[in-house]
Design a binder for this molecule. Structure first.
Ligand code: NAG
Ligand code: NAG
Ligand code: NAG
Ligand code: NAG
Ligand code: NAG
Length: 812
């Protein structure tokens, strides 16, 4: 005992000696850290973590724990009450209380602990700040920071029934924000938006029953923990493994201010962090991001965007979470109000009235006879009935081409008629995106004028027919897809273990030594194989020269897992990957029914099938370009890469190579290694112009022209002495020529604009043509617009979806 006392005194002396020389490994009772000496900090024995004063604003500090290199805060004592940069200190009192005093005057924070024996504060190698009694054994911990997490969970740190993660208010403001990771009353680990006015759970999705989301409500022990190799487990059965599973490195799980939880990893202290897992892939699913009376859109080029609903204006320009307020007064008189149609806009939750099997006018009536009704949503559900939801509050608005429903917003008649509502729609982008894509982004800002120009062009071309056929409600008659389709909108957390890593020998065996080749495409050769679990798979071996031997394995894994998490009914599913030595392989589901190319050649496709293939392909490209968190170009859209399933739904294959193959190279030239296929390549490839998502739009346009005309873009009139440009343009020139000649011949006829389509149509579908004129006309016009030489004149894929969708279920 006496010996141990002497040892401790010696330890104490040596520690306080260290302490006087800036960083120390502990703080002992009777000592303080002063805010004026920022270099005074407590280091973990291995130096990875530091604890000390961290600047959170001008002359504002918090006592925090952070990763020492490239400082990243993992814990804060006083996030909501920062202290002054003068005369503030952290003191470990002789009574055992650890106290943070502000400007020497009052206590901003304390541990409220007492001890009769001397105490000491140390920072462990795992990032846990621990206050213990000196004269007892190690287990007598008085207080530890792991029991009071802020927004971060470190490996080994438990989230329990007593704790929660609370996000920062914003990426620059560390005070408590609105998003929480908690166990809810049903023992389910959930993400909660806890805003100033309302609170709601948005993960797991509320329309899923807990067992549908793979959770169980029966285990009330409520513990969740992530370990250092990348496994997360929660007592409600939720779990995942990170994309870089197994690799030893630094990790942290963070409740981010944008409402998502992510696991960040880095291999070395000096590396930047990268995301190895996240809960939500479509950022607009998060509640409350844009506040009330607004819609959220996600555009990977510019990040998330908040817009006020028409007729509303933003409340606080520096903080969108305050939402928008109306610029009008609604009168109770139903004749004074009108409804403004908002296609693709969903206002999630807060339904006031829900009615099934109801006509549009009855639904409209439900809303207009209720003074407080602000909007209604009318859609077609799974069992073939129309449903009607009315809303008194307009929350969780989001706009997505994948939402198959229409919202009708109530506005006063007079204001609407003077047309000022869309003219000054207010919106703003959020800048701080978490994962950045290393592709060159050559986007010029989207100009309103070219957008408007495009729609002018489009409406002139279609004007006559619109007037004849499109009633106000035709777009709202779009059939909503089955629930499985709703699942495809980015709710990917249902099968966290569905994606796995294969060894090279497993895949070699599966493909019988890479013998059965089934295709060749950008970046590699595809083989057929049978996986150990007997599933038939298409296994793509990436060419080594494209990946580059230097390519970091962890980086490859990070990207593959992002691609593996893409989830859309029109996308081939990726089951796994292999990264071993210099081998890089991708494992996809196998489609036995062949590609669009084969089906076009054998003339098995009727008109409706072709239209649906065009629409499905457009949807998935819109998803890749605009809905995913990370920006993904396909770069090789061609009929060979559009596979068909039994009901002739398209599934796009070979996506994501643009991400995999040129991560470290920033210029357009490096991308050109994976340049598409002759006949489908946009002029940008030929003229070495910046590559943007508009190259996919161009290739898509060519594919649609092929489907319409039955002519091939690659063989049409090709002579060996022709250059690439001439080749590329053949089909396009031919179609344009037909349009020009026909319209000039028939000038004056009211039906001119459709007649040219007859001249280009594939004879194989000619007999069904009469009744489908309008859809065909739309498709042909859209396709021609997609293949404009000037990339800015081409529409985006979501605009294409919008235009095609309007006609999806036109009668006959
Ligand atoms: C951070 O946000 C809180 C809550 O909105 C606000 O009170 C505080 O002033 C903000 N701090 C800074 C430094 O902007
Ligand atoms: C607007 O938001 C900022 C940042 O949260 C806040 O400091 C400010 O007080 C808000 N202004 C109003 C008028 O609410
Ligand atoms: C949203 O709009 C409604 C009127 O439609 C208004 O009563 C409400 O106060 C608005 N919400 C906010 C946060 O301004
Ligand atoms: C829907 O309503 C129509 C007419 O109101 C009725 O004939 C039909 O049986 C209803 N269908 C269902 C499934 O309730
Ligand atoms: C392939 O097509 C046939 C009929 O055309 C169908 O019965 C079969 O289910 C399809 N297979 C797949 C995997 O889609």
């Amino acid at each position: 005992m006496a010996l141990s006392l002497i040892l401790h005194v010696l330890l104490l002396l040596s520690l306080s000696f260290q302490f006087s020389s800036s960083s120390s490994s502990s703080l002992n009772s009777g000592f303080s850290l002063c805010v004026e000496k920022l270099e005074d900090s407590i280091l973990s024995p291995d130096g990875v973590f530091s604890a000390g004063f961290y600047a959170v604003g001008e002359n504002a500090y918090a006592f925090a724990v952070w990763f020492t290199r490239n400082p990243t805060v993992v814990w804060m004592a006083n996030r909501d009450q920062p202290i002054n940069g003068k005369r503030s200190s952290l003191s470990l009192l002789k009574t055992g209380n650890l106290v943070l005093s502000d400007a020497g005057q009052f206590n901003a924070w304390s541990t409220d602990t007492t001890s009769s024996s001397p105490t000491y504060l140390i920072l462990n190698n795992n990032g846990n700040l621990v206050l213990s009694e000196l004269y007892s054994n190690e287990s007598n911990v008085l207080w530890q920071s792991f029991d009071f997490p802020t927004d971060t969970l470190l490996p080994g740190q438990q989230l329990t029934r007593y704790t929660k993660l609370v996000s920062d208010r914003s990426s620059t403001n560390h005070s408590s924000g609105f998003y929480k990771l908690v166990f809810d009353d049903d023992n389910i680990l959930s993400l909660l938006y806890d805003g100033p006015d309302v609170s709601s759970i948005y993960w797991p999705a509320q329309w899923l029953l807990s067992w549908e989301a793979g959770r169980t409500t029966y285990n009330s022990s409520r513990i969740a923990v992530i370990d250092s190799i990348g496994t997360f487990n929660s007592t409600d059965n939720f779990g995942f493994i990170t994309s870089d599973y197994g690799v030893v490195m630094q990790r942290r799980l963070k409740m981010d201010p944008d409402g998502n939880i992510r696991v960040y990893s880095r291999q070395h202290q000096n590396d930047p962090w990268y995301v190895s897992w996240q809960a939500i892939s479509s950022p607009c699913i998060v509640h409350g991001l844009c506040g009330a009376n607004s819609t959220c859109t996600h555009d990977p080029r510019e990040g998330r965007k908040c817009s006020c609903l028409p007729g509303y204006r933003v409340k606080n320009h520096s903080d969108w979470s305050y939402g928008c307020e109306p610029r009008f007064q609604l009168s109770c008189d139903r004749n004074e109000s009108t409804f403004f149609k908002l296609p693709d806009v969903e206002l999630y939750g807060y339904d006031y009235i829900y009615k099934k099997n109801i006509s549009f006018s009855d639904c409209e009536n439900e809303c207009s006879q209720d003074c407080e009704c602000r909007a209604f949503q009318y859609s077609f559900n799974n069992d073939g009935l129309f449903q009607c939801y009315t809303k008194k509050v307009l929350l969780n608005g989001r706009r997505s081409p994948n939402f198959r429903g229409t919202t009708y917003l109530r506005l006063p008649k007079t204001r609407r008629n003077n047309g000022s509502f869309f003219a000054d729609e207010e919106s703003a982008q959020e800048n701080g995106r978490v994962c950045s894509v290393k592709l060159e982004r050559a986007y010029t800002k989207r100009h309103v004028s070219s957008f408007v120009k495009f729609f002018l062009w489009f409406s002139i071309a279609l004007g006559v027919f619109e007037a004849l056929f499109i009633s106000i409600t035709s777009c709202s008659l779009m059939r909503t897809k089955q629930k499985s389709d709703v699942n495809q909108q980015g709710y990917n957390f249902l099968s966290p273990f569905g994606f796995r890593k294969y060894t090279y020998s497993e895949l070699k065996q599966a493909t019988k030594g890479f013998t059965e080749e089934i295709g060749r495409g950008a970046g590699g050769i595809v083989y057929k194989g049978v996986l150990p679990d007997q599933r038939i798979a298409a296994i793509k071996k990436l060419n080594n020269d494209n990946i580059g031997a230097k390519r970091d394995e962890a980086e490859f894994l990070a990207e593959v897992s992002i691609i593996g998490k893409l989830n859309h009914m029109n996308l081939i599913e990726m089951w796994g990957y292999c990264a071993e030595g210099k081998h890089r392989l991708l494992v996809y589901e196998f489609m036995e029914n062949g590609s669009l190319a084969e089906n076009l050649k054998s003339n098995t496709l009727g008109w409706t099938k072709r239209y649906n293939i065009a629409l499905g392909t457009a949807r998935v490209l819109a998803y890749l370009h605009e809905e995913c968190l990370e920006w993904i170009l396909h770069c090789d859209i061609k009929p060979q890469n559009i596979l068909l399933v039994s009901n002739y739904q398209p599934k796009v294959a070979d996506f994501g190579l643009s991400k995999l193959l040129n991560r470290n190279e920033q210029n357009a030239q490096s991308i050109s290694m994976i340049r598409g296929t002759r006949g489908y390549m946009a002029p940008e490839w030929v003229f070495n112009l910046p590559i943007t998502s508009k190259v996919d739009v161009y290739s898509y346009g060519i594919v649609v022209l092929e489907m319409l005309t039955g002519r091939s873009a690659t063989t049409m009139g090709s002579r060996s002495d022709e250059g690439e440009e001439a080749q590329n343009g053949r089909l396009v020139t031919w179609v344009r020529e037909k349009r020009k000649r026909t319209t000039s011949l028939e000038e004056g006829s009211s039906l001119t604009s459709s007649c040219w389509v007859e001249k280009i149509i594939d004879p194989a579908i000619g007999s069904q043509f009469e009744v489908k004129k309008m859809k065909m006309e739309t498709l042909a016009s859209v396709a021609l617009n997609c293949v404009e030489d000037d990339k800015d004149a081409r529409p985006t894929m979501s605009q294409v979806v919008e235009m095609l969708q309007c006609h999806e279920n036109d009668a006959s």
